[in-house]
Design a protein around this ligand. Structure first.
Ligand code: AMP
Length: 368
């Protein structure tokens, strides 16, 4: 086990295996390129070692260039922009092979394709040392892949965690045995959002509220927002397929998290099963479902009160509120069962002051 900053990593792929994979990639690329002279375009920073070893094993003349892409974090979406180092040679009629260290969601790849869109290349191929098929959301073909890996956070051989780890010759994976993943449960108005805000600071967790993500998308008039709105306005659940895909993408944005507070998710059996699968892929699990228990009439009056200031159309109307509460009991009570069976259900009294309830929740979390 090694430590980088605040996190621990365990050995995952050793240098010898990386070396053999790169030899094979060099041979495969050479076969396709034939006698032409390719331009290898490395994507900095992560790919510097991969490029160096790949050209070492490449049996023929080649040129080497680098580009640098940088991600910046939006409020809920991570977009990739091109920065600093751009292409300098004329690539007209050249065979280009882009050399990436890792492809996960594929956002960077989309930008790379845009970058070469107007160049009159003879051929464009992508080689990536690592590929995470379950995280990948795009359709671009990746022509040469060294290793297909599960959705784990890895460092070493060029890849870093906050700047450290690039010099390691082996690949290490984040030790996730200490991750804390909580499902915060309870009917609308139970105070999940308020408590999640306090608990995420206290336990250094990432809070994902599916309701908030939907509302963010509605505000920004995305396709997802338009779709979700038609269900949300009536107090109905957004279809599983849409919700699960969105949740997975939110988790994916935080590969280094110490754990998550899931708020408003899962709400159906299918969502619960998909969450188990997602966390298992990361070598982790749901530690507990903590349910805030509050009487229906208190909920209705809390939500009517919130509706005066929250601007949420689903909070202002008593019928919609009662409908949401009954949807909660009908469709999601099975989840209590689901987690009870795994001995992971903890009920907490949700009536009292914010501080009182935080104390009760903290006791439950500390006991895990
Ligand atoms: P909330 O803010 O959690 O009360 O969610 C508000 C609305 O967003 C719900 O009434 C649903 O329409 C939608 N929504 C939020 N989370 C989910 C989910 N896990 N599955 C389906 N729909 C959801």
């Amino acid at each position: 086990m090694i430590q980088l900053h605040d996190k621990y990593f365990t050995p995952y792929i050793d240098a010898k295996d990386i070396d053999s994979a790169i030899k094979k990639l060099a041979t495969d690329i050479k076969k396709d390129i034939g006698n032409d002279i390719p331009v290898f375009v490395g994507v900095l920073n992560g790919a510097f070692r991969f490029v160096a070893d790949l050209v070492k094993y490449y049996d023929g003349d080649c040129e080497v260039q680098f580009i640098k892409m940088q991600s910046y974090e939006g409020l809920t979406s991570k977009e990739t922009v091109l920065s600093q180092i751009a292409l300098t040679t004329d690539l007209t009629n050249r065979k280009v092979v882009v050399i990436e260290d890792i492809v996960d969601t594929g956002n960077t790849l989309t930008e790379i394709y845009k970058l070469f869109e107007n160049e009159q290349l003879r051929d464009l191929k992508i080689a990536s040392l690592f590929f995470k098929p379950t995280a990948y959301t795009k359709k671009h073909i990746i022509h040469y892949i060294g290793f297909e890996i599960p959705d784990r956070f890895i460092v070493g051989y060029g890849l870093d965690y906050n700047g450290l780890g690039r010099n390691l010759s082996d690949i290490y994976q984040l030790n996730t045995t200490n991750m804390t993943n909580l499902v915060l449960f309870g009917p609308p108005g139970a105070g999940k959002g308020t408590q999640a805000d306090v608990l995420k600071e206290k336990y250094n967790l990432v809070h994902i509220s599916t309701g908030d993500v939907f509302r963010y998308n509605i505000k920004n008039e995305t396709d997802l927002g338009t779709l979700a709105k038609s269900y949300m306005d009536k107090g109905h659940l957004v279809p599983d397929e849409v919700t699960i895909k969105m949740l997975n993408a939110e988790v994916e944005k935080n590969p280094q998290a110490n754990g998550f507070i899931f708020d408003g998710f899962p709400r159906t059996g299918a969502q619960a099963a998909s969450l188990d699968a997602l966390l298992e892929e990361k070598g982790s699990q749901v530690n507990a479902m903590i349910a805030l228990e509050v009487d229906d009439e208190i909920l209705v009056s809390r939500l009517m009160e919130r509706g005066k200031t929250s601007g949420r159309p689903d909070d202002a109307n008593e019928d919609v509120i009662r409908d949401r509460i009954s949807v909660y009991y009908e469709q999601t009570a099975i989840l209590k069962n689901y987690y009870q069976k795994q001995d992971k259900f903890i009920g907490v009294d949700g009536v009292g002051s914010v501080q009182e309830i935080t104390v009760r929740l903290s006791k439950a979390i500390d006991s895990l």
